[in-house]
Design a binder for this molecule. Structure first.
Ligand code: SF4
Length: 209
């Protein structure tokens, strides 16, 4: 069977990729991303482009990559600050990790209306920003939180249960894929996603230099 070809990037995706690739540093990239209107629906409904957080040193020990901002993130302009962010902070601490050492990013930088799943063209357009962020920050380890982020790194046919729990070498980095904290909230404190997320973060902590 022949694998389906990825869709060709449209003109806005090409333009985002061009502008992002030209950014020499994080600040320049963030300033270029904030007025981005490549996705008309998202640009019309968002409050902020949630570019992401980086450690004060500018050199993350690891990167956390989620799907897209939610309501709290859209309101504040910062990633993972709502209920999911609070649980993520808690589980990071339980795993012996600190968010202050991490880059915190999303595949899509603008909140989809009603928290719907980002559409393929939106992911394609925003990919230029994330690709350049990873180049500039160069984290040795990336943790993809949730299926959308896992697919971004590991391919559209990724099944989370089949890829989580171990690192995947990709472009000189170790990419882990695990549950999104929102799944851990949805299934409750005794649910499998919370236990799996904590186990994966603990395993990641054990591999960090
Ligand atoms: S989602 Fe990404 S590409 Fe689309 S408008 Fe927002 S910043 Fe631009």
């Amino acid at each position: 069977m022949v694998a389906p070809r990825p869709p060709r990037p449209d003109a806005p995706a090409v333009e985002v990729a061009r502008v992002a690739a030209a950014a020499p540093d994080w600040e320049t990239l963030a300033a270029a991303a904030r007025p981005c209107v490549a996705c008309p629906e998202l640009a019309a409904t968002r409050q902020h482009v949630v570019v992401g957080d980086v450690p004060l040193t500018g050199r993350p020990r690891f990167a956390l990559v989620g799907e897209a901002p939610g309501a709290s993130e859209d309101e504040t302009g910062r990633p993972f600050v709502g209920r999911s962010g609070a649980l993520l902070d808690l589980l990071l601490a339980e795993a012996g990790l600190s968010r202050a050492e991490a880059a915190v990013l999303n595949v899509v930088k603008c909140r989809p209306p009603g928290n719907r799943t980002p559409r393929a063209p939106e992911v394609a357009r925003c990919s230029g920003w994330l690709r350049r962020q990873l180049e500039l920050l160069d984290p040795p380890v990336v943790v993809a939180l949730g299926l959308s982020a896992a697919k971004w790194f590991l391919g559209p046919r990724t099944v989370l249960a089949q890829v989580r729990g171990r690192p995947h070498p990709l472009g000189g980095r170790a990419v882990w894929a695990t549950y999104h904290p929102s799944a851990a909230i949805r299934f409750g404190p005794n649910g499998a996603p919370r236990a799996g997320l904590l186990a994966d973060l603990t395993a990641v902590a054990g591999t960090l230099p």
